[in-house]
Design a protein around this ligand. Sequence first.
Ligand SMILES: C[S@@+](CC[C@H](N)C(=O)[O-])C[C@H]1O[C@@H](n2cnc3c(N)ncnc32)[C@H](O)[C@@H]1O
Length: 277
Amino acid sequence: VQPAGAESEEMSQEVFRAIGEALKEHDGFTLEHYKDKCAKRRIGIRIRATQSSSPEAYSELVSHSVEERTHLLRVLTIHVSHFFRNPSTFAKLSREVLPPLLKARPDGSEVRFWSVGCAAGEEPYTLALIMKERFAAELARLSLSIVGTDVDAGTLEAAAAARYAPERLEELKERQRERWFTKEGAKFQLVPEIRAMVELRKGDLNDPGAYLFSDLILCRNVLIYFERARQETILLRFADSLSPGGVLVLGKSETLVGQARRRFATVCPVERIYRAV
Ligand SMILES: C[S@@+](CC[C@H](N)C(=O)[O-])C[C@H]1O[C@@H](n2cnc3c(N)ncnc32)[C@H](O)[C@@H]1O
């Protein structure tokens, strides 16, 4: 049995392109390098949510409604994250990767951590918590900057507000929740001391000017949305942005591709930790 209405309609390349152009023209967002199938499925979600009669009708809506473009951009760039996501990765970083990286730095030098596709800030704030809890002495003698960037302005606002539903904090220990958060109704507010350690900025990985010179880059669960060729370009830009011996961390289902494999040595294949060579 065929489902009725727009759901059963295949979106033509023409409509897909028109939607992409509207997003680019009005919002400076490029859909080009995202996997088509993935993007089309997401657009399909909004076609149904707006009860548009056809993909064409939805494309028309996108071209004149700022509100709908905002909704669509949110759906296209999903923002699921939580504190200490993949705890074993952070354990490896804390125990084996960060100590030599920090120790090698002379007093007063700058150390830069960059969390790319930082969603609502869970990842850069996790780095801040680790530094505060385990590397107090290094924090005192070095000048640390932690920057979180994301293409989505809405999610960055959530990151700046730093108020989280309990499920975002599930990997935290009870004492960490008590120490670093204050309960506000059903939510948990991160304390200013940790918030102040992270700078949030809007930035698109497709923009070569948005890359930050760094000693540690976390780019987890972002590359999966891009086509392979684009993944390679992004990874090569990371290699260019890292200091000698700088570290890159990818998501658990992501890996180095193409020429980028020559620019990194594997530190831990399971945790997807690589070092720039
Ligand atoms: C699934 S979340 C990953 C959050 C976090 N890194 C983690 O692993 O828990 C993906 C994030 O990538 C962001 N993103 C998608 N495309 C991007 C782009 N072109 N440039 C920068 N960030 C992007 C999304 O807005 C979203 O917040």
